[in-house]
Design a protein around this ligand. Structure first.
Ligand code: BLA
Length: 511
């Protein structure tokens, strides 16, 4: 029996965290060959729990080691075609009870046995929990409100010192959008963390396995042992993706040490098979959460997940209703007024249909403006640029300066634009503008220094400082919503039709 070293790594994304070859020491693990009930893998700490060492376990049949009833239980699991990983059982040996979770991994069935931290099995009151959630759901007005309630509830169920709801952006940077914490702790609320803090393969794993626990970040990993420790059968060949005892990446342990955390529990929040966020719990001392309390915490995650889309859609729906109303008003005015250009450009509905702060129409050399707009000269120049860059097209951005550097001088009025070209005169078009929205991002440490690099560029370790690092984002507007972009399209289309119609009439008059 050979112990293997813990994985040594030089790069975050390539660390194979699902096959660490070791577990955390608050329980022990057995890997049984599917169908044959021969024990192929065990963790080196078996004797600590059941007084029988690996040399007497590996290669044996479970009935050689465990009392008849337990052995037949295990055998049943080992032979099951589909293993229900959510169906644990309690197993008692020499008066000590173990919670046993079972799942399949390749050719093996993995049994993970954990003694109950307080000695006995305590089932949570799921009825009370569910009833609480229903009342939370009814009284919370928006998604953020709901997240706050879930953070409070999860902390009261689990007893962690800090519970955060952490939401990812498109780049997988994350922000703490709700927090429940012990009163004496400093708040992490609204802090942002770079995507490098949770590498891609870890996020992939957290989609498949929605809950993980680090019981004590100062633990010594317990190696997995195998019968036959050859190249194709090593302790690292056992895939621990779905395991609860899986030993955690040493990189991440270092990160948590740098943060001063003692134990964690993390629950994935998914939307459309993607990671939307996490419920991240910190404790400042070691903490083992028993299986059934973990399930309670997981239930809070499911509760929240079930509401994310509903709340997001509801918030979006309210906005799109207002946008629709404004579009209808703007179109009515367009249809009912002879001098539709003059009427449109002064109409408050023109702005409201896209929630714009300004708008401008350039038609046959005349500029019509509405709301907050830059100088006529700057606008005419912008129309010329856009009709050149996007002829017969539409274009929208929340960062005009990105494609048009001169926008930096007018970002007070035009940091974001929706543009539609019009086929009447040269450079004709319509524009909706949005003011700059200066945003302060409170990074927990400089994101550019999230990883300490060595001189030859190799990634060495996670950053040591989480000191607030403020980034000021300029020249950007709040992003345009789909409903706003669509309403602008509808209006532009109608306006173009009016212009065409007038042209045709003018030609008829001439003939
Ligand atoms: C994993 N990083 C994680 C996890 C979290 C974070 C939540 C999931 C594991 C867990 O349950 O703790 C990050 N934790 C945070 C953040 C907060 C928090 C942002 O509480 C904010 C409050 N990490 C780095 C660097 C590397 C790295 C530089 O910062 C690599 C060089 C690696 N993080 C890393 C790895 C994992 C991880 C490999 C996976 C750990 C595992 O599951 O084995």
């Amino acid at each position: 029996i050979v112990n293997r070293d813990i994985v040594n790594l030089t790069n975050c994304e390539s660390e194979p965290i699902h096959i660490p070859g070791s577990i955390q020491p608050h329980g022990f693990l057995l890997g049984i060959q599917k169908g044959a009930s021969r024990i192929e893998f065990c963790s080196a700490n078996c004797a600590d729990f059941i007084g029988i060492g690996p040399d007497k376990i590996l290669g044996k049949h479970i009935s050689d080691i465990f009392p008849k009833e337990e052995a037949s239980h295990f055998a049943l699991y080992a032979s099951a075609e589909a293993i229900d990983s959510a169906k644990p059982f309690v197993f008692t040996l020499n008066g000590v009870s173990f919670n046993t979770t079972v799942h399949g991994s390749g050719h093996n069935v993995i049994l993970e046995l954990e003694p109950f931290p307080d000695g006995t099995l305590q089932l949570p009151n799921l009825y009370t929990q569910t009833r609480n959630f229903v009342s939370i759901m009814e009284k919370s007005s928006g998604l953020l409100d709901l997240c706050q309630e879930i953070a409070d509830e999860t902390r009261s169920i689990t007893g962690y010192d800090r519970v955060m709801i952490y939401r990812f952006d498109e780049q997988y940077n994350g922000e703490v959008i709700a927090e429940s914490r012990r009163e004496d702790l400093v708040s992490f609320a609204n802090q942002k963390y770079p995507h490098t803090d949770i590498p891609a393969q870890a996020r992939e794993l957290y989609i498949r396995n929605p809950l993980r626990m680090i019981a004590d970040i100062n633990y010594t990993p317990v190696p997995l042992l195998t019968i036959d420790d050859s190249a194709d059968k090593s302790n690292q060949s056992l895939d621990l993706s779905l395991s609860i005892l899986r030993s955690v990446s040493p990189m991440h342990i270092e990160y948590l040490k740098n943060m001063g955390v003692g134990a964690t529990l993390t629950i994935s929040l998914l939307q459309n098979q993607k990671l939307w966020g996490l419920i991240a719990c910190h404790h400042y001392a070691p903490k083992i959460l028993p299986h059934y309390t973990r399930l309670s915490a997981l239930l809070q995650g499911h509760f929240l997940t079930s509401q994310i889309a509903v709340r997001e859609v509801a918030e979006e729906y309210n906005i799109s209703e207002e946008v629709d109303k404004a579009l209808t008003e703007a179109l009515t005015l367009l249809h009912e007024t002879e001098n539709f250009m003059a009427a449109s450009h002064q109409s408050p509905w023109l702005l409201k249909l896209a929630n714009a702060t300004g708008a401008a129409i350039y038609h046959e050399g005349i500029l019509y403006t509405n709301g907050l707009v830059p100088s006529d000269a700057a606008l005419i120049e912008l129309f010329a640029f856009l009709s050149n860059a996007y002829p017969n097209q539409t274009f929208d951005t929340d960062n005009l300066a990105d494609v048009y550097p001169a926008a930096k001088d007018i970002s007070k009025y035009a940091a974001g634009v929706i543009y539609h070209s019009m086929v009447s005169g040269e450079n004709d078009g319509i524009l909706w503008l949005r003011q700059e929205k200066i945003e302060t991002i409170n990074w927990a440490g400089n994101p550019d220094k999230a990883v300490l690099q060595s001189e030859d560029g190799v990634r060495l370790s996670p950053r040591k400082s989480f000191e607030l690092w403020m980034e000021i984002v300029k020249d950007k507007s709040s992003p345009w919503r789909k409903s706003e972009i669509n309403a602008a399209s509808s209006f532009s289309y109608a306006l173009q039709k009016h212009i065409n119609y007038r042209l045709i009439r003018a030609q008829e008059d001439q003939n």
